[in-house]
Design a protein around this ligand. Structure first.
Ligand code: WTA
Length: 657
């Protein structure tokens, strides 16, 4: 049982937040979805959810073979949507636009050094076909897994779309993850092909991806027979003759035509590994048709996309946001997207705004952690840029605190642009709860209401709807939706236990706590499992703990989250050493070593901000670590729970440091 009174909402002032911002009349007047449209959509979805989704699926997807069955519940909660239909996702993102939008810019890319490249839909289509042919030439077939470990360059999207074109299943691994994390993901997926680059650029540094890939492959990954290597930085790399192929060599000999592989609606489009509450990351498996429908529709509804928009989603393709709102949704909707390779603060905190001006960005979507980091640098920086083309702003990945929301609204949106605070997850595939910019009055810190067809609710421990304003509960989804995850790759039992068992398979349990206010607006309070949200990225406490105890000096470790001004949450580790507890200089040296160690094991995003040494960890009688106590200590909060059972009460002082 989870005690919702004890959860510390990241949005602290929710109960006092009274501000409300109706859509600007100028925006509302031309919005794609207007109040009457939304009312109709909600009414249709409520009356017959399956007919609602079927109608949209027929209208939005170009089917090779139309489906006759909408939702197959026979193996619930392994739901299947549109299962006897056939399609190709890449066809739906590219070929469908060639007649009307062939010369329209699909991707505007800017590298960190400032190099710019644009690809029209026709050019993108040709690149995708060439690379798809290159994959086939190396024997990659329908259903094979391809791991993509790339910088944020157009070829990352080309590789994803090429997999979709031939029915291969991609698994993108974020370029900031370590060789060890890459190896684990390759092995779990049993991938036969890896697509990487010599490196990428971030924050003025070169990230050596091929070197990390070599390390991963040297330690296992027996299933890999081909590695494609894109030249991006030009730094020297090792190429293994029989296995490694330069991207440019591979595509040079291929034609710009590749017939799509028609697949079933339920054919897996991709896996994306995400952290859970146990040590091993889980491969979230998405479908083809349902996922495409969710990504495309939400792109249109929430971002109000029209033909002259330039959409800049700052997420890396290594995260789900970079899948749904870079690689798939906006392309399916025929939009122009901006891709940026590097860090938001390189060479200075004006980089995002410079990109917006240079490329005429009209819609900008980023994470609260970036907003807070840029806010800290002062409003003089954005004031130097003419941001008058921006018309809509978005936020994703973690709760946005009202202060950051107001700054975004005032300093970036110049009090003119609506803000869509979009709640969703890797598992949901697409945005679930969000304002519609031409309709919904927004409140700073609330993701407002579920989209049409999404039956989100907040329930108590018995599964009863919690309707008392401001009372917390589990965020659940009551009915299946097309873009939902289908399973966890290779572990359906974990799929059931993580998302469904809690309420006997009746609803999807998101793992977040939330409450509703008197207007029915949702306020997300944070995770209820052992998952941290650091700078918008999910990290499992167990994963970091396993990494720490893999160090020879460490006997035991417990990781909790602590509020962080910019990252939202930071990693706080309590560590018990083998032998004597280090103090003074020895402790400082070990702290540095452990931080580097975790970076090496998992990646820099998991690096503990704080490490505290103790002789032992506080445990309950049954031997469970008292995490709530550790959390309270890390956050400097008073300890409210019973500590009389502690073996060594003096430990509290040590934990306090
Ligand atoms: C959190 C990212 C509050 C939440 C798309 C969720 C949010 C987890 C929001 C999923 C939001 C995401 N407001 N919290 N607008 N968006 N979250 O899988 O805890 O990387 O469960 O997907 O991020 O993170 P994931």
């Amino acid at each position: 049982m989870y005690d919702f009174r004890m959860s510390t909402p990241v949005v602290e002032s929710v109960l006092t937040e009274q501000r409300s911002f109706p859509p600007a009349p100028a925006f509302a007047a031309t919005a794609r979805v207007r109040p009457d449209d939304l009312a109709v959509l909600h009414a249709e979805a409520a009356a017959d959810p399956q007919a609602f989704w079927a109608g949209l699926a027929r209208a939005e997807i170009a089917w090779r073979k139309p489906f006759t069955e909408v939702l197959d519940e026979s193996r619930a909660p392994n739901y299947r949507w549109f299962a006897d239909g056939e399609l190709n996702v890449s066809w739906n993102c590219l070929d469908v636009h060639l007649a009307d939008r062939g010369d329209k810019t699909a991707i505007v890319f800017e590298g960190e050094p400032g190099d710019v490249r644009t690809l029209s839909y026709r050019e993108l289509h040709a690149e995708v076909c060439r690379f798809a042919n290159a994959l086939k030439a190396r024997g990659v077939e329908r259903g094979d897994r391809v791991v993509i470990y790339m910088p944020m360059v157009p070829e990352a999207v080309v590789a994803m779309q090429a997999c979709a074109r031939i029915g291969a299943i991609h698994s993108v691994v974020f370029g900031g993850f370590s060789a060890i994390s890459l190896k684990e993901r390759i092995e779990d997926a049993g991938a036969r092909c890896l697509v990487t680059a010599d490196g990428g650029r971030r924050g003025g540094q070169v990230i050596e991806l091929k070197a990390a890939a070599d390390k991963a492959l040297a330690e296992g990954c027996a299933s890999i027979d081909t590695v494609f290597v894109l030249r991006r930085t030009g730094e020297p790399v090792n190429m293994r003759q029989d296995r490694d192929v330069w991207w440019h060599d591979a595509v040079a000999v291929q034609g710009a035509h590749c017939d799509p592989e028609w697949v079933d609606a339920e054919h897996p489009l991709f896996l994306l590994y995400t952290s859970g509450s146990t040590g091993r990351p889980k491969g979230i498996q998405h479908s083809s048709a349902g996922y495409l429908l969710g990504a495309k529709l939400s792109s249109r509804w929430v971002f109000d996309l029209r033909d002259d928009d330039v959409f800049f989603c700052t997420a890396d393709v290594g995260w789900v946001t970079g899948h749904s709102y870079v690689a798939y949704g906006p392309l399916a909707a025929g939009a122009t997207i901006v891709m940026y390779e590097g860090a938001p603060t390189y060479p200075d905190g004006g980089r995002f705004w410079q990109l917006c001006v240079r490329h005429g960005v009209t819609i900008f979507y980023t994470a609260p952690t970036a907003i807070r980091a840029l806010m800290k640098l002062g409003e003089e920086i954005p004031a130097r840029y003419d941001l008058s083309k921006l018309r809509l702003l978005g936020s994703v990945g973690e709760p946005i605190n009202p202060e950051a929301w107001m700054w975004y609204h005032r300093v970036i949106g110049r009090e003119r642009c609506p803000i869509v605070d979009t709640w969703w997850q890797t598992e949901t595939g697409a945005i679930m709860i969000s304002p519609l910019p031409g309709v919904t009055a927004t409140k700073p810190g609330s993701c407002t209401r579920p989209l049409p067809g999404i039956f989100a609710d907040i329930v108590d421990d018995e599964g009863h709807s919690v309707n008392t304003p401001d009372a917390g509960g589990y965020l659940v989804i009551r009915k299946p939706w097309p873009s939902m995850l289908r399973t966890i790759w290779g572990d359906n039992a974990r799929y059931l236990s993580t998302y469904w068992d809690k309420f006997r398979h009746r609803y999807y349990v998101a793992g977040d706590s939330a409450h509703r206010d008197q207007d029915g607006y949702f306020w997300i309070m944070g995770r209820i499992d052992d998952v941290l949200n650091v700078a918008g990225h999910r990290l499992g406490t167990m994963e970091i703990e396993s990494a720490l105890v893999a160090h020879p000096r460490i006997a035991e470790a417990a990781v909790v989250g602590r509020q962080h001004e910019i990252k939202g949450e930071s990693v706080f580790a309590y560590v018990v050493c083998r032998g004597a507890r280090p103090v003074g200089e020895e402790a400082a040296a070990l702290t540095k070593e452990l931080r580097d160690w975790v970076t090496e094991q998992l990646g820099a995003i998991a690096k503990p901000e704080d490490i505290r040494y103790a002789d032992n960890l506080p445990k309950t009688r049954s031997g469970k670590i008292m995490r709530r106590l550790l959390r309270a200590v890390a956050r400097g909060e008073p300890i409210t729970q019973d500590i009389s059972t502690l073996e060594n009460p003096a430990i509290i002082d040590q934990l306090r440091g």
